[in-house]
Design a protein around this ligand. Sequence first.
Ligand SMILES: O=C(O)CCC(=O)C(=O)O
Length: 279
Amino acid sequence: MFNNMSYLNSNQLKQYKEEGFVSPLDIFSKDKALDIRNEIEYIEKKLPYELEKSGRYNAHLISPLLDEVTHNSKILDAVQSLIGENILVCGTTLFIKNPNEKGFVSYHQDAKYIGLEPHNWVTAWVAITDSNEENGCMRMWSGSHKDNLKDHDQKFNEGNLLTRGQTIKNVPKEKTTPLILKAGQMSLHHPTVVHGSDLNKSNDRRIGFVIQSYIGTNVKQILGKNSVQLARGIDEFNYHEIIKRPQSLLKESDLKIKKKENDNLQNIFYKGSSKKGSY
Ligand SMILES: O=C(O)CCC(=O)C(=O)O
């Protein structure tokens, strides 16, 4: 059903270059996506606060199935086409929108806040459930990655899933492209493309597992400290500490590693901000 070779073809490379994203890309089956959803929901049941607020970062450090996605060779082939053969995983985020909740993501550019320089990195948004216009899929402002970084307001408005409610004003929503994905597909987006997402108006959850981001080994974290995992190739720069992969689900020592890593992240995300939010 799926190809073995997953390097991006010339049309896909052209789409990324011109539009700042490439989508959809087939990664794993619907059944696999359901297994992953079940593992996420098992964690939520067993440890109700573990994936909430800043806990939604780096769940791949405590969940073998999310770890497997993070190191999936199809994803890495596509990522290699964009950033080269030496690839680090810098972190992951679960973007979950429950039905009847106010979750949305204001229009922003990742590069404005993530602190990763140079921009030899790419973000993979992996659909664990279907993601569509009804349940609030991501929307991309095509071509916006070609401009400079834009001014962002900080709006701590209710329901905004971003750390500080980073918001670019006057985004022409009618010109944005919805990234419609089936469970098991993914999109890749550029560090400077403007994107956001609307409310979930469906009766089911929308779950995106986001590798945020895959970085080239030449990329530094300029706002703080980020541990990484080697996903492919060799790290000839050694700018970051290496973090280990989980061997089993919810191991006590892995939970501690995740907590420590997420505390570091809070410092990066709140640099220059007086207020702590939910991101
Ligand atoms: O999941 C969403 O709706 C937004 C995710 C996002 O902003 C990102 O992956 O950079």
